[in-house]
Design a protein around this ligand. Structure first.
Ligand SMILES: CC(=O)N[C@@H](Cc1ccccc1Cl)C(=O)N1CCC[C@]12C=C[C@@H]1CC[C@@H](C(=O)N3CCC[C@@H]4C=C[C@H]5CC[C@@H](C(=O)O)N5C(=O)[C@H]43)N1C2=O
Length: 111
C-alpha cells in the first residue's frame, strides 16, 4: 500500500538541541537507504530510512504540509518534523541529494 517515489544513500542525523551537536540516528553510525514513500490509499507521504548494514530504521518521519526543507549544502539537507526534531541527511552523492530533494519538493507542492 506504500510505494517508494525515490531512494538515496545518506547518513541520517538528528540534532541534539541541548548539546548543540548532531548525532547519528539509531544505535550506530552508518549509511542508510532513505526512501520517500507514498501511501497510495490515503495519499500521505513519509521519509523512511534503514541502515544498509542491519536494516535498523534510522528515520520514519511524516511529510506534512508546511515542512521547510533546507538544502544547507549540495549534499546535506535538513528539516524539522512536527515535534520540532531536526533531521539531517548527509547524502553519499550530489546526484542522490538532487533527486531526493526534487521528489521532496514535488511532494510538498501536492500537500
Ligand atoms: C532557522 C533554522 O531553523 N535553521 C536551521 C536549519 C533550517 C533552516 C530552514 C528550515 C529548516 C531548518 Cl532545520 C539550522 O540552522 N539548524 C538546525 C539545527 C542545526 C542548525 C543550527 C545551528 C547549526 C550551525 C551550523 C549548522 C549546521 O549544522 N551545519 C552547517 C551547514 C551544513 C553542515 C553539514 C553537516 C552537518 C553534519 C555534522 C556537522 C558538521 O559538518 O560537522 N554539520 C553541520 O555543521 C551542518 N546548523 C544548523 O543547521
Amino acid at each position: 500500500s506504500e510505494q517508494s517515489l525515490v531512494s538515496a544513500r545518506a547518513s541520517v542525523m538528528v540534532y541534539d538541541d541541548s548539546h548543540k551537536r548532531w548525532l547519528p540516528s539509531g544505535t550506530s553510525q552508518g549509511i542508510s537507504k532513505v526512501h520517500i514513500y507514498q501511501h497510495v490509499i490515503n495519499n500521505t507521504f513519509r521519509v523512511v530510512g534503514r541502515k544498509l548494514q542491519d536494516h535498523e530504521v534510522s528515520i520514519n518521519c511524516a511529510i506534512l504540509r508546511g515542512l521547510k526543507y533546507n538544502q544547507a549544502t549540495p549534499t546535506f539537507h535538513q528539516w524539522r518534523d512536527n515535534r520540532q526534531v531536526v533531521f539531517g541527511l548527509n547524502f553519499s552523492s550530489k546526484e542522490e541529494a538532487d533527486s531526493f530533494a526534487q521528489t521532496m519538493m514535488v511532494v510538498l507542492d501536492t500537500l
